[in-house]
Design a protein around this ligand. Structure first.
Ligand SMILES: *Cc1c(COP(=O)(O)O)cnc(C)c1O
Length: 852
């Protein structure tokens, strides 16, 4: 018999066989579909106990776990009385949490971010920015506020990191199975899946909307990877931070414009839009368009959008902000100008520093600043750096006057605390104390915990970490093809008694991961001290396009194989949130060595602090606020050298000295029980005095107090009576703008400063007469400003004093001031006029000044 060509072809069809979860275990399925399980240890332990090995292999994903369980095991569990009792208790706690009603009377916030770090099993994050957003949403749930979030659902997300034997980074992109994620389709009233369309180069791209439950709140995710779209558009939501600049532009169109459309379709009506980084900046364009469609002029629409927008910037280097050349903007967003009723040039100027500079790219942070009434950095120092960075947007003002504020980042306590440490705290901190987690008084009870219990609990965490390290190295090194002998040599040197230091974060070059290796001889001596073993653990991914970052990884991997450093310097591949937990909880010292002032905040050190892991870090970002000499160590804030190479060398030498002279001797200064009292002093102080300040509740409270509540008020104010106040305010601004260039000084009878030194304590006065060009004097504020010079280019403001309006005639205004000089010194001063209106939240809200 001869076979025809079709007979031997495989003929396959797809079938999906779903696990039948027994009725008694239905609560498990339900709990697996709300990421709340991950920060309720009671529930997390339950999933872990079902099959610890499989759970870990499945990235701690309970949906996947339940789907993969053998029917026999399911049956067994459904008949296990003990287990069922635990399910019941956990379910009660879970439901009680969810049932608590939302706080009333707060503005509703829509939070936009390109990434969310919620859990290792949800590949929606790359690093700190995402983890911050994820932690924030969890706290929004815990604090029970009216907030929801918008993002993208990635098929592949950010890459998983592998390493070659040489230490070359390998990028793996396993796809996520959406059926195994705790996401649900958002449906229309008619039962159909809710989709929104965005136009990309004339094509309609459809995004499906999913929702992800984070305790009591929702994260809505857009997904274009489905059959409605062509292959190119499907790839839009494949990777996080993948592809070129054009790809990024398309993703940001989807996030911002698609996100606003999704919110509308769902009828969510937020009061405030919070842009977590500039990636979401296009959302403001879509909002402008909606107002213009509703009959507002462009200036009116802009007022409405500004009054309800907060932009949080995270990047202290200008080059780190997304920007797109004009031809790309033209290709993708050309119609927006016409839709908004403005010229293309005016549209482009929304994202430019100079309206007239046709060569300038369209910058997302400039756009976001222009269309947000409030802007903030993410630590006190970063707020100042941001003021400096954006000063050029506000000619006539010095950096410290720029309206940008700050909220220092934080971490979500229940996510990052080790269970054993939490139990120890709870034994002394009182009932329900986590709700009041930012209260230092509570944390000071850590001094009631005896040194020994705390030291032993912490030691157990280190043993757990090192157990994980050994196992991971064994698996990873075998896969890389390392010889069993090298592997054995390294593993045999990992000593549980060692002082363990950790450094793990994105391998961006400014983080200076290899600073420690500046002087190999000194490092060699340090890690090979007799009876005082020291281990350094490293982990982190470099962006696939960042060759510099990948070089650093290679360098560390290669050093880790040298005989003197084997088992002392260890690089762990594929840093992720679970590894971050183990590391920040288990090491003794958390290291951070960024180039100042490029660490906007940093959060991993805070995760460490919660758990009593002492920090040793550059006084940059959060540590500049958190550091105390009795709670950790620091490299000074001030730069000594302009030359980065020399600065690195100095920092490295300082670091060795601190390690040699302080950290190592104090750690090993142990009593007969093996405990170093001095060391425990540091551990307790970082818990008592530092940790509470960097808890998410503090950060959330700050956002409400400094930004959401004032914005909620301004948003409501402009909306009143059919948006009349907003329209009037816009009209007022237009009027002032049109008249501003006609302001003139008629008289300026200033202090005689040229011929006399003025004595301290003796008041002097000045009088100014202006032509107001039809502007009401009440709409103007005249101030005297006294500066001191820092260098040729920069001034610092020492004093501001308002003039009094003393007379006005048709067309003129007369102002007077009496200044009481109370500090001696050389000053430069000037008289500056600016617009003034009760609805202006800050001086730069109408960005005009006139120097008399
Ligand atoms: C916390 C965290 C970060 C942020 O680390 P920084 O030290 O703030 O840079 C990055 N990646 C992961 C996986 C984290 O958990």
């Amino acid at each position: 018999m001869t076979l025809t060509s079709t007979q031997n072809q495989m003929k396959l069809k797809r079938i999906f066989i779903q696990n039948q979860i027994p009725e008694q275990l239905a609560a498990l399925t339900r709990m697996s579909h709300n990421i709340l399980w991950s920060w309720m240890p009671q529930v997390a332990d339950l999933f872990m106990s079902i099959d610890p090995e499989q759970f870990v292999n499945l990235n701690y994903n309970p949906v996947a776990l339940l789907e993969n369980l053998a029917p026999a095991r399911l049956r067994e569990l459904s008949e296990d009385k003990d287990f069922l009792a635990r399910v019941h208790t956990a379910e009660k706690a879970f439901d009680a949490y969810l049932a608590e009603p939302m706080k009333q009377g707060l503005p509703r916030v829509a939070y936009f971010s390109m990434e969310y770090g919620l859990h290792i099993s949800l590949k929606l994050y790359s690093g700190g920015l995402g983890v911050l957003a994820g932690d924030y949403l969890k706290e929004a749930s815990d604090s029970n506020v009216d907030l929801f979030a918008v993002g993208l659902l990635y098929r592949y997300g950010y890459f998983n990191q592998g390493l070659s034997m040489n230490g070359d980074q390998i990028h793996n992109y396993p796809p996520q199975k959406f059926t195994q994620l705790p996401v649900e389709p958002v449906r229309r009233d008619d039962g159909n899946w809710l989709k929104v369309a965005v136009t990309i180069q004339g094509r309609i791209v459809q995004a499906k909307i999913w929702s992800l439950a984070i305790g009591r709140i929702k994260l809505y995710l857009l997904d274009t990877d489905h059959e409605d779209n062509n292959a190119e558009d499907r790839a839009l939501t494949h990777q996080l931070y993948g592809g070129d600049n054009e790809h990024r532009l398309k993703q940001e169109i989807l996030l911002g414009i698609g996100g606003v459309r999704a919110i509308e379709e769902m009828g969510l009506n937020p009061d405030i839009y919070h842009l977590n980084e500039g990636h979401a900046g296009f959302l403001s364009l879509e909002r402008l368009k909606n107002y213009v469609d509703a009959g507002l002029t462009f200036p009116e629409a802009r007022e409405m959008v500004r009054a309800s927008s907060l932009y949080t910037t995270h990047t202290p280097v200008p080059a780190g902000h997304d920007h797109f050349p004009e031809h790309l903007m033209r290709n993708y967003l050309f119609n927006y100008a016409a839709d908004l009723g403005i010229e293309w040039e005016e549209f482009m100027s929304l994202g430019r520093l100079n309206a007239d500079d046709a060569g300038e790219d369209f910058n997302m942070s400039k756009l976001s600043i222009r269309l947000s009434q409030r802007v903030n950095g993410v630590s006190k120092l970063h707020g100042e750096v941001s003021q400096e960075m954006f000063t050029s947007l506000y000619p006539g003002y010095t950096a410290e006057e720029v309206h940008i504020g700050y909220v220092t980042n934080s971490v979500h306590y229940p996510t990052w605390i080790a269970n054993s440490i939490h139990e120890l705290f709870s034994s002394k901190f009182g009932k329900d104390w986590v709700r009041d987690q930012s209260n230092k008084e509570i944390w000071r009870n850590v001094h009631k915990i005896d040194d020994r219990s705390l030291a032993e609990t912490r030691h157990a965490l280190k043993v757990k970490l090192l157990g994980y390290v050994r196992k991971k190295l064994q698996v990873d090194m075998r896969r890389r093809g390392e010889s069993p002998r090298t592997t054995f040599e390294i593993l045999s040197k990992i000593n549980d008694k060692a002082l363990v230091l950790g450094f793990a974060r994105r391998f961006a070059t400014y983080k200076r991961a290899t600073l420690l290796f500046t002087n190999r001889d000194r490092l060699r001596a340090l890690v090979n001290r007799k009876d005082q073993p020291v281990i350094f653990l490293f982990a982190g991914k470099a962006h696939p396009a960042d060759q510099g970052g990948q070089d650093l990884i290679r360098q560390i991997v290669q050093i880790s194989k040298e005989p003197d450093f084997a088992g002392k310097i260890i690089f762990l591949e594929d840093y992720n949130m679970e590894m971050a937990k183990l590391l920040t909880q288990g090491v003794d010292i958390w290291l951070n060595t960024p180039t100042r002032p490029l660490e906007a905040s940093g959060t991993s050190g805070m995760k460490a602090a919660l758990n009593g892991t002492v920090n040793f870090s550059v006084l940059d970002g959060w540590w500049a606020e958190g550091y105390r000499p009795d709670a950790g160590w620091a490299l000074p804030l001030e730069r000594t050298y302009d030359d980065q190479y020399l600065q690195n060398e100095l920092d490295a030498e300082t670091m060795y000295s601190v390690l040699e002279d302080e950290i190592v001797p104090i750690y090993f200064d142990k009593d007969k029980h093996g405990i170093s009292k001095r060391w425990m002093g540091y551990v307790k102080q970082i818990i008592a005095e530092v940790a509470p300040v960097f808890t998410m509740k503090r950060m959330m409270d700050d956002y409400y107090e400094r930004f959401y509540l004032p914005l909620g008020k301004s948003a409501a104010a402009v909306r009143e009576s059919d948006m009349k106040p907003g329209k009037d305010f816009a009209a007022w601004k237009e009027d002032i703008e049109s008249k501003w260039s006609g302001l003139e000084t008629i008289e300026n009878n200033s202090f005689d400063t040229v011929n006399h030194a003025l004595p301290v304590g003796e008041p002097f006065s000045a009088e100014v007469v202006l032509t107001t060009n039809g502007i009401e004097p009440a709409d103007l504020a005249l101030e005297a400003l006294f500066y001191q010079r820092i260098d040729e280019e920069r001034l610092t403001l020492r004093r501001t004093q308002p003039f009094q309006l003393v007379a006005q005639t048709e067309g003129t205004a007369t102002y007077r001031i009496a200044v009481d000089p109370h500090l001696a010194g050389v000053y430069e001063y000037g008289f500056r006029l600016r617009p003034n209106h009760p609805m202006m939240p800050h001086a730069q809200d109408l960005n005009l000044v006139y120097w008399v």
